[in-house]
Design a protein around this ligand. Sequence first.
Ligand SMILES: Cc1ncc(COP(=O)(O)O)c(C=O)c1O
Length: 286
Amino acid sequence: MAVLACLNGETMPADQARVSIWDRGFLFGDAVYEVFRVYRGRLWLEDEHLGRLKRSLAELDFPAHALERLMDRVRRLIVASEIGDGTVYIQITRGVAPRTHAFPDPPVPPTELIVVKPYDDEPTARLRETGVRAITHPDLRWRRRDIKTVNLLGNVLAMEQAKRAGAYEAILVDQDGFVTEATHTSLLWVAGGRVHGTPEGWEILPGTTRNRTLRLVESLGIPFEAVHSPLADVLAADEVILVGTTSEVISITTIDDRVIGSGRPGPMSRRLWDGYRALVERFLAG
Ligand SMILES: Cc1ncc(COP(=O)(O)O)c(C=O)c1O
């Protein structure tokens, strides 16, 4: 199985793809991205990811992008790579232009990159059984976290600390002591039989997995509360759960050496995990 890239419409082994040093994605992080999960060669939550990509482009005032052609290329790349379980990475930059902060005027063609890679879920599957550790870390990011840009330094620095601590994720805490989300996953927690999460807004990325999970929560008749919460509330929760494209649904059992609930994945985590798997299986059967 090859790791293939499609760069501005041209397909090649990913290692051979080259971008100019004048690309604004390289110089300014002036770029947006998406990561799709592929199950048995099929794109999961396609409309949700595409909708978020469209929104990210619009929020950053990118010129109109040919999204149908993009998705055509994505589909052809999945077939060419012969991947069953994998991920699709899409990045669109504001293009190649002399280095000045303001947008190129007139606009230049965007740089469009698609990479299709196999994904082995085995290690994560084991973690879903045991639960994972997380650390807490200051949320150093900017005030438009709702846009999926490649400006990920705040996420990168926090995740590096998590890795050094042997943890799976870092829970980000803002300057007022409120939790936001994690570096590459959304955060939910359970207290008094209710699922809680930070309200959608500039503070967090609108997670596609979170949105799908919350629709599942609603369909199961479980109450959900969107609330800005201090870290202490999350530490005192019965269960804390991460959701994301490749993580899917994973229970956090320890945060900064503090044991959460029973120290094992709790009943809500299991219910949501089972429900999520059932949604994927139903999608694949359809
Ligand atoms: C900061 C952040 N929050 C949440 C998520 C989860 O989003 P999704 O469920 O769409 O993968 C991601 C995914 O990369 C992320 O980077």
